[in-house]
Design a binder for this molecule. Structure first.
Ligand code: SIN
Length: 539
């Protein structure tokens, strides 16, 4: 590798753009590749804010404790320390880059409270448009540099030579291109499109995880899929449901069932502000008890003026559905939101494959454990994006790649399901929603595994970008289901209706898989059981 490494960052959310800017500042030649427009990413849709210790009466130990409690103790503590310890510096950096966090009349940051935080440490911008503001500022920064931007370029695979990443294969307007690089940073976000109901935009098709698996990287914790408790049902013709930020409950809104009863306290003493996985399951149970009808979020006590000022984006979406949430409760349901697992990295974003880094939602640092604390994801992108961007030149100059576990070789036996039907993305999303969703069962996961096995063995044509995305979703779905089948105790976001039954996984997967021993079964204290042309592009 030369003194000025040539770095490709794939993905343009907070993690990717931060990594790009840090690598650029460290002297790298940087290209950002993104499958849609530069400003499109999960980051852009983040509402609630960014959690970090910025007030004198808050402290990093409290932020760490909240993160560990929400994560059901399965977090990597060193990763948590890095996140909360470097959080304040990364927030200052965002401010210096032009992010306009909301401030009170005295000029201090406005405080926001979200579930499972012991302190109102969540900073927000534009009321509920924090992600949009961060994306705006970072995009402007990137465009003010010599960083090369390639939009509408889908990552197909990594190019490897002797086990080391030497570039990427892209699909650009139907044309395959090979692009050389000394280092590649995956910042491709999550996998919300695995599910029929998700807050994630259409781009969240698990591409980075699938590409990393095919390259032999290690993945872990894929069973931990976070479902956000409150979304507005999707409008006709839209796949993504509209997020109603947890900050709305942080401001005082409450959840009620069809009889107007507040049910969240049945599940946890913190009620609506319990960890996200607990509240989502409480809603799921309440919905099951009323024939599947959505529960209601009552924000009427906040009044029309506060709702419009503090939550302008949600206010507009609510009103677009013909609802007036200052006058009546609105229907809400859970939806897939965030993946705690992903490509295993060290604290500097290094994966098991030399030259390959992963940051943000695509990565599994262990920082979130079994359930992410609200508003820690923008922070994760800023902290670990910066770390990876900073370390690439150092790695190039000296460090041998850390020795890491090899991935098992890929095998996938056919286990056909009689009712599999033909593969389609919608069928996959329905299967995952039904069998690998908020509450899982041994039988449901087994069914999902056999349907996925038969789909994996069907011939697939990979011509269009959508075909490649489907293949990625299919591969990652199989890993999610396999990981869920291996974890036989309920913990965090992985919740089994019939915990403790030994499951012998039947699906062996292509590419890397690591399964940790099932954690001891420790339930949340009060939660009740349920109850193409070819070309070469030198960057
Ligand atoms: C929200 O605003 O409720 C989502 C924030 C997050 O995912 O952390």
């Amino acid at each position: 590798m030369n003194a000025a490494p040539n770095v490709i960052v794939v993905g343009s959310g907070v993690a990717g753009l931060t990594a790009a800017l840090h690598a650029y500042a460290a002297g790298c030649e940087v290209t950002v590749v993104t499958k849609a427009a530069l400003a499109e990413s999960n980051t852009r849709y983040a509402q609630g804010g960014i959690a970090a210790v910025t007030f004198a009466d808050d402290d990093v130990d409290a932020h760490a404790r909240d993160t560990l409690t929400a994560g059901a103790g399965l977090n990597d503590e060193a990763a948590v320390r890095a996140l909360v310890g470097e959080g304040p510096a990364r927030v200052s950096e965002l401010v210096a880059r032009g992010v306009g966090f909301d401030r009170d009349a005295d000029g201090a940051f406005s405080k926001g409270l979200e579930a499972a935080h012991s302190y109102p440490r969540v900073l927000h911008a534009g009321g509920d448009a924090t992600g949009r503001e961060i994306a705006r500022a970072l995009v402007a920064q990137v465009l003010s540099t010599d960083i090369v931007v390639r939009e509408h370029a889908l990552l197909l695979d990594l190019v490897l030579e002797q086990g080391r990443v030497t570039g990427v294969e892209l699909l650009v307007a139907g044309v395959r291109e090979t692009c050389t690089a000394d280092a590649v940073v995956l910042a491709t976000g999550g996998a919300g499109q695995l599910y029929a109901h998700t807050t994630n935009p259409a781009v969240a098709t698990a591409d980075g995880i699938a590409v990393a698996i095919r390259a032999g990287a290690e993945v872990a914790d894929l069973e931990f899929v976070q479902f956000h408790p409150t979304v507005l049902p999707a409008l006709p013709g839209q796949h993504a449901a509209f997020l109603v930020s947890e900050a709305v409950r942080g401001e005082g809104a409450v959840l009620v069932d069809a009889t107007s009863r507040r049910f969240a306290f049945d599940a946890h003493p913190d009620g609506e502000l319990a960890p996200r996985d607990v509240v989502a399951r409480a809603i799921d149970r309440a919905m099951a008890g009323q024939g599947g009808a959505p529960v209601l979020l009552d924000a009427t006590m906040l009044g029309a003026e506060v709702l419009a000022r503090r939550f302008p984006t949600i206010d507009a979406a609510v009103r677009a559905r013909g609802l007036d949430w200052s006058a009546e409760p609105i229907p809400v349901t859970p939806a897939a939101h965030y993946l705690m697992g992903g490509v295993v990295t060290d604290l500097w974003g290094r994966t098991a494959v030399p030259g390959l880094y992963a940051v943000g939602e695509v990565a599994r640092t262990g920082v979130h454990g079994a359930n992410r604390l609200a508003s820690n994801s923008l922070l994760e992108g800023a902290v670990f994006g910066a770390r990876a961007g900073d370390v690439i030149t150092r790695d190039a100059a000296s460090a041998p790649w850390p020795v890491r576990r090899a991935s098992p070789s890929p095998t996938l036996p056919a286990t056909p399901a009689r009712d599999a039907g033909p593969f389609s993305r919608a069928a996959l999303q329905q299967l995952m929603w039904a069998d690998a969703g908020l509450t899982r069962s041994t039988g449901g996961l087994g069914h999902a595994a056999s349907v996925l096995a038969s789909w994996q063995h069907a011939p697939h044509t990979l011509r269009t970008a959508a075909d490649h995305e489907d293949a990625n979703l299919l591969l990652v779905a199989a890993h999610v289901v396999d990981a869920a089948r291996r974890r036989t105790a309920s913990v965090g976001a992985h919740h089994l209706a019939d915990p403790g039954r030994a499951v012998r996984p039947v699906v062996e997967l292509r590419g890397g898989h690591r399964s940790r021993a099932a954690a001891p079964l420790e339930k949340e204290p009060l939660e009740k059981e349920p109850l193409e042309k070819e070309g070469t592009f030198a960057c």
